[in-house]
Write a new protein. Structure first.
Length: 451
């Protein structure tokens, strides 16, 4: 858990420290702006007769389970025959339906000012705990430009004093500045993650304590027999200044990406499995987690058929899938992260089907493992007493352990104890039974969301 006073928000749009939440409050005790209304329903919510996947990829499903929720937390989990419903509660019968923990999107450069896509079952973003630190010109306009070690230390101290719970680093951060970030963050007990900077080897970043690494660029380059040549190419990358982003017609990110694609293709053609295995074993030993962002790679702005590097993209994509399969095989923990404005469901499918991890492992990458990476295993990522009441309820017969695409069939989402029927988030929503008894026999057709 974060130290008292740090902004670390669960049950909402950000868990790496942003102050935006859906129906929740700050885990570290600081009040936050709530996009889904403040507080939880006064009366407890009881979900009965569900098939519960409490820890996807870790524990088997448990049929005929009851979950008792009160004040935004899970109070009781047990067999329906053994857990009598308390008096004066909202009871929802989930026969034939699967329940799993709320999904966690681990892409830290997601714009967490946007509403969490509750309808897709995403209840937590690993969003920005502070502005990302990058070199100049920065790839994204929201970044803080850091050019040397002294500026890097000032930036870390500023983020820490501002209550950040997590630091992000981006691709153009100079090596000296990166090492200063790692040292200052370690001194202050602040985890950091994001991109592996171009000027830093992936093994060095892992040894320095970078907790998460987004994308596969650094891994692909490090597994090449032509790594030194490629690193010289990285040092020569020049990007134009000015605004730009993934959806822009130009800008620093697009400039950088086009040049990275060319170097990646060189790395694919000189890939050496023994080098990769040694590196993956090191990542696993250090506990470094990888967020491949495979779905993001499908829609990259370098996919312009007029560009020479576009011909290499199918080969790059196939090799990325191979690398993810190898990461999994060597015990490196994977995290699921969407593209900017993208769909975490597509990432799940890429992990499960494209890379061949299977549904349980893919689901673990968006529930159990991100919670561990965030240091929030006692709050989110699993379904157990004391955890935040963040849940996904799937349609009848939609078994996500057999087919990960079943997650698209989300009928309802619970966010910090609030039930969003049919995946439609309503500000200040409260559940209300349709009968005086408080029992809702056909929950998703009959739950009324009211202001």
């Amino acid at each position: 858990m974060a130290e008292p006073g740090r902004r670390l928000v669960v049950g909402g749009a950000a868990a790496f420290g942003s102050a935006l939440a859906l129906g929740g409050t700050a885990a570290a005790g600081k009040a936050v702006a709530a996009a889904g209304g403040a507080g939880a329903a006064a009366r407890p919510l009881v979900l009965t007769h569900a098939t519960l996947i409490a820890a996807p990829g870790v524990e088997p499903p448990r049929p005929d389970m009851t979950i008792v929720i009160h004040a935004g937390r899970i109070v009781t989990v047990g067999r329906s025959a053994d857990v009598p419903a308390p008096q004066g509660v909202h009871t929802v019968d989930l026969r034939g339906r699967y329940v799993l923990p709320g999904l966690i999107d681990s892409r830290t450069d997601v714009d967490s000012s946007a509403a969490t896509p509750v309808r897709r079952g995403v209840t937590t973003f690993a969003g920005s705990g502070s502005a990302p630190l990058d070199g100049g010109p920065a790839l994204w306009p929201e970044s803080v430009t850091v050019r040397d070690a002294a500026a890097a230390r000032r930036a870390v101290r500023g983020a820490a004093s501002g209550g950040a719970a997590f630091l992000r680093v981006h691709a153009r951060l100079p090596r000296a500045a990166y090492l200063a970030v790692a040292d200052e963050a370690r001194r202050r007990g602040l985890p950091f993650g994001g991109h592996c900077p171009d000027a830093v080897r992936l093994a060095e970043a892992s040894d320095a304590g970078q907790r998460t690494v987004e994308h596969l660029h650094a891994l692909l380059l490090a597994a090449s027999t032509r790594e030194e040549e490629i690193r010289h190419g990285l040092a020569r990358i020049a990007v134009g200044a000015g605004a730009g982003g993934a959806g822009a017609g130009g800008g620093p990110y697009r400039d950088w990406l086009r040049q990275i694609h060319r170097l990646e293709w060189t790395a694919v053609r000189s890939y050496y499995p023994d080098r990769a295995d040694r590196l993956l074993d090191r990542l696993a030993a250090n506990g470094t987690r990888i967020t491949p962002a495979l779905a993001a790679a499908h829609g990259l702005p370098g996919d312009d058929p007029e560009q020479p590097e576009a011909a290499h993209l199918p080969g790059l994509r196939a090799h990325r899938l191979h690398l993810v399969a190898e990461l999994h095989r060597r015990g490196v923990q994977l995290l699921g992260g969407s593209a900017r404005g993208g769909d975490l469901h597509e990432e799940l499918e890429q992990l499960a089907e494209g890379a061949g991890l299977g549904a349980p492992a893919a689901l673990r990458a968006v529930t159990v493992e991100p919670a561990r990476a965030l240091g929030l295993v006692d709050v989110i990522g699993t379904v157990a007493p004391g955890r935040a009441a963040d849940l996904v309820v799937l349609a009848p017969g939609a078994d996500p352990l057999r087919d990960v695409r079943a997650v698209r069939r989300t009928d309802a989402v619970v966010v910090r104890g609030r039930l969003y029927a049919e995946g439609v988030p309503t500000p200040a929503a409260m559940i209300r039974p349709t009968r005086e008894s408080g029992v809702i026999s056909s929950p998703f057709a009959s739950v009324e969301l009211t202001e």
